[in-house]
Design a binder for this molecule. Structure first.
Ligand SMILES: [Zn+2]
Ligand SMILES: [Zn+2]
Length: 86
């Protein structure tokens, strides 16, 4: 069941409940672990790293995902919307 969510202040929309959209830098991440990773600094003084700084790459839907433990064939699967556990 696909649910589309839109962040009103930037107009970005994404599908499903897994992606996490950062309200600060308005980037969308494939999961909370990836999103957590781009937030650095002490509580109350958090800031965002650019997704490329955490080794993320944009998938076919414009969502940042971390390609670790991913082979080329898996990356192709991600681009076509077939996702595994992360
Ligand atoms: Zn952010
Ligand atoms: Zn946004």
């Amino acid at each position: 069941m696909a649910t589309t969510t839109t962040h009103p202040s930037c107009g970005t929309s994404w599908t499903g409940t897994r992606p996490e959209h950062c309200p600060v830098c308005c980037e969308t991440f494939g999961g909370s672990r990836t999103a957590d990773r781009h937030r650095v600094g002490p509580m109350g003084d958090r800031r965002c790293l650019h997704p490329t700084q955490i080794g993320a790459v944009k998938d076919g839907r414009g969502i940042w995902v971390r390609p670790y433990r991913t082979r080329a064939s898996d990356a192709t699967a991600r681009l076509t919307g077939v996702r595994s556990s992360e």
